[in-house]
Design a binder for this molecule. Structure first.
Ligand SMILES: NC(=O)c1ccc[n+]([C@@H]2O[C@H](COP(=O)([O-])OP(=O)(O)OC[C@H]3O[C@@H](n4cnc5c(N)ncnc54)[C@H](O)[C@@H]3O)[C@@H](O)[C@H]2O)c1
Length: 353
C-alpha cells in the first residue's frame, strides 16, 4: 500500500473517491488553494489532513505519490515540484500544454528515478480496455485505420474562470483523449493536418480558442487516422452516439469502444458480431451525480500505477509517451493556424527532443 496526496480538488474529487475505495492506496492529504473547496472536500470525504499550501503536502515525507488535477497550464510546474521533492507523480491529461518544460521534466525524472504517469483516463474505461485486449489477441487482424472522436456539450465548463483565459484550449483539454487513442494504436504519427473554428456558442460564452476541430493523421508506415472534437453545442442522445468513441478497422474485423454508455461492439475475424455492455459497473465508473466525472477510471489507473511502483515496471502512458502526445497536439495546433500539414518531428526538434 502506498500513500497518496491529491492536488486540485475539482476533478480531484474523483481521485479522492478512487483513493479511498482502493485497497492499494492510503489517502494522506488533499490540497487546494481555495480554502472553501478544500474544507468542503475534507468534510465530504472525512479527510482530516487538508491544506491550501502545495508545499506542505510536498514536504510530507510519508507521501509516496502526488496526484495533480490543477488547471492545464499549471501542470508542468506542479509536476516539477513533485519530482524535486522525490515523489512519484500522476498528472491528469493533458500532461502539459506546451513543450517548453518537456526537456527539463525528462532530465528531472531521470535524475530522481521517480515514476511519472499520465492519467489518461479514457484508456482505463471498460469498453476501451476490452477493445485493446481483443486487438492484442488479433481478433480484428492487422490494423488498417483508427477513427476517434470526443464531442460533448461542455458549456457548463465555461463557468470555470480559467476556461475563458487565452491559455485554455479545447484542443488540449478535450482532444487529448481521442488523440491518445490514435497514439495508443499508431504510436508513430509523422504528420497531421486539420481545420478548426470557434462556434457561435463558444464565442458568445467567452471562449478564446477553437471549440470545433477535425484532423487527419499519417503514420510513418503510411497508415492514416482521423480525430474530431466539438465542445460547445448539443449532442446526440447517448444511445445513438456515445460522445467519445474509438473505432478500429482491421483487415479481418472491426471494433468500436463507446464511452458514455459503457458499450463495445466487434465484428471479429470469424465474422461473428457481438455487442457488450457493463451496466453492472455503472456505479464503479460514475459514483456521484451524472456522468461528468471519472472516479472508476481513476481507481483503475491509480491501482495500475501503484503496481508499477511496487513491482517496478513502467505504467503507460509514461512521461515519454505523454510528451509525445503533447508534441502531436502542438503539431495539430500549428496546422490549425497555418492551414498546412505539420511534421511532429519538427515540433520535437524545436524543443530539443
Ligand atoms: N477525464 C479526465 O481525465 C479529466 C476530466 C476532467 C478534468 N480533467 C483535468 O483535471 C484538471 C482540473 O480540471 P477541473 O475541471 O477540476 O478544474 P477546476 O478549476 O475545477 O479545479 C482545479 C483546482 O485546482 C486548484 N488550484 C489551482 N492552482 C493551485 C495551486 N497552486 N495549489 C493548490 N490548488 C490549486 C483550484 O483552486 C481549483 O479548485 C484539468 O487539467 C483537466 O483537464 C481530467
Amino acid at each position: 500500500m502506498l500513500n497518496i496526496g491529491i492536488l486540485g480538488l475539482g476533478e480531484g474529487r474523483s481521485t479522492i473517491s478512487a483513493a479511498l475505495q482502493s485497497p492499494k492506496l492510503q489517502l494522506k492529504m488533499i490540497c487546494d488553494q481555495n480554502i472553501a473547496l478544500c474544507r468542503q472536500r475534507a468534510d465530504e470525504f472525512k479527510v482530516y489532513d487538508h491544506t491550501t499550501d502545495y508545499n506542505e503536502m510536498l514536504k510530507d515525507d510519508s507521501i509516496d505519490i502526488i496526484a495533480i488535477y490543477t488547471p492545464d497550464h499549471l501542470h508542468a510546474e506542479h509536476v516539477k515540484q513533485a519530482l524535486l521533492h522525490n515523489k512519484h507523480v500522476v498528472c491528469t491529461k493533458p500532461f502539459i500544454d506546451d513543450l517548453s518544460a518537456a526537456k527539463e521534466l525528462i532530465e528531472l525524472q531521470k535524475s530522481t528515478g521517480k515514476k511519472v504517469f499520465v492519467g489518461q483516463s479514457s484508456r482505463f474505461f471498460e469498453p476501451m480496455k476490452k477493445q485493446r485486449q481483443d486487438y492484442d489477441q488479433g481478433l480484428i487482424g492487422e490494423l488498417i485505420t483508427v477513427e476517434a472522436y470526443y464531442h460533448a456539450d461542455h458549456r457548463w465548463f465555461l463557468a470555470k474562470p480559467w476556461s475563458l483565459q487565452q491559455s485554455f484550449k479545447w484542443l488540449y483539454g478535450g482532444l487529448s483523449h481521442p488523440v491518445d487513442f490514435i497514439r495508443w494504436y499508431l504510436p508513430n504519427i509523422e504528420e497531421v493536418m486539420g481545420y478548426g473554428m470557434l462556434s457561435s456558442n463558444g464565442r458568445n460564452g467567452g471562449l478564446k480558442n477553437f471549440d470545433t476541430m477535425h484532423f487527419i493523421f499519417k503514420a510513418t508506415d503510411g497508415r492514416i487516422a482521423r480525430v474530431s472534437g466539438a465542445y460547445t453545442g448539443p449532442v446526440q442522445p447517448v444511445t445513438r452516439d456515445s460522445e467519445m468513441s474509438c473505432i478500429l478497422r482491421g483487415d479481418l474485423g472491426c471494433s468500436q469502444g463507446d464511452y458514455m454508455d459503457l458499450r463495445y461492439a466487434i465484428t471479429d475475424k470469424t465474422g461473428e458480431e457481438r455487442i457488450l455492455t457493463w451496466e453492472h459497473k455503472l456505479k464503479h465508473y460514475f459514483r456521484f451525480e451524472g456522468k461528468s466525472h471519472h472516479a472508476g477510471e481513476y481507481q483503475n489507473y491509480l491501482e495500475y500505477f501503484v503496481d508499477s511502483i511496487e513491482q517496478d515496471f513502467t505504467a503507460y502512458p509514461d512521461l515519454k509517451e505523454g510528451i509525445g502526445t503533447i508534441a502531436l497536439l502542438q503539431a495539430m495546433d500549428r496546422s490549425l493556424h497555418t492551414g498546412k500539414p505539420v511534421k511532429v518531428a519538427d515540433v520535437m526538434a524545436e524543443h530539443g527532443l
